[in-house]
Design a protein around this ligand. Structure first.
Ligand code: MN
Length: 201
């Protein structure tokens, strides 16, 4: 998978590839503004403050996540998680579906795209507290759904992360309040499966 390297010893807050309103009504501009501009920015700043002297400075973000614990893992994990999360979206009503190798792998692993979607939302709804639900590929190319608590990422298990939904309340509370399942279901409208498919290679 792609390696994210620090520049001059620091990881960067990647700008969003779309306008703040681009994902409405699924994700409001207000939610996107706080999520990217406040929550993610804080993780980046904390990570850059913790790295010097940690013994992990200069490594890729993915390697820092595999090797770190405690506060360093919390902030590095959240940066990796959010980079993958924000890059997988596109404007609503342009929705596509998995195709090619990814569509075949989803059918092999879950039976159908609809069965996969149902299992994924169930896993996200059932994750107690804060965390992430992931679609990942293992070394044999088999796809798995995992629940990861807090800042954890499937790279810690040796998996290749493909697609994710953030179930921290900051990802949806302004728009959906307590209705996490409604938020997760709405997110299917804005997943860009071309981005997800490219991560399989
Ligand atoms: Mn988040």
């Amino acid at each position: 998978m792609e390696k994210t390297m620090p520049v001059n010893g620091k990881f960067e807050l990647r700008p969003l590839a779309y306008a703040p309103q681009a994902l409405e009504p699924v994700i409001s501009a207000a939610t996107l503004g706080f999520h990217h501009g406040k929550h993610l920015a804080a993780y980046v700043n904390n990570l850059n403050a913790l790295l010097p002297g940690s013994g992990l400075d200069g490594l890729s973000l993915e390697e820092v996540v595999r090797r770190s614990t405690g506060g360093l893992l919390n902030n590095a994990g959240q940066l990796l998680n959010h980079n993958l999360y924000f890059a997988q979206f596109m404007a609503p009503r342009g929705g596509n579906r998995p195709n090619g190798d990814l569509a075949a792998a989803i059918n092999d692993s879950f039976g159908s795209f609809e069965a996969f979607q149902e299992a994924f939302v169930k896993a996200g709804t059932g994750l107690f507290g804060s965390g992430w639900v992931w679609l990942s590929a293992d070394n044999d190319g088999k796809l798995v759904i995992t629940q990861e608590p807090n800042a954890a990422n499937p790279v810690q298990r040796g998996l290749r992360p493909l697609m994710t939904m953030d179930v921290w309340e900051h990802a949806y509370y302004l728009d959906y309040q307590n209705r996490r399942p409604d938020h997760l279901t709405a997110l299917w409208q804005i997943i860009d499966w071309n981005v997800v498919t490219a991560r399989l290679r």
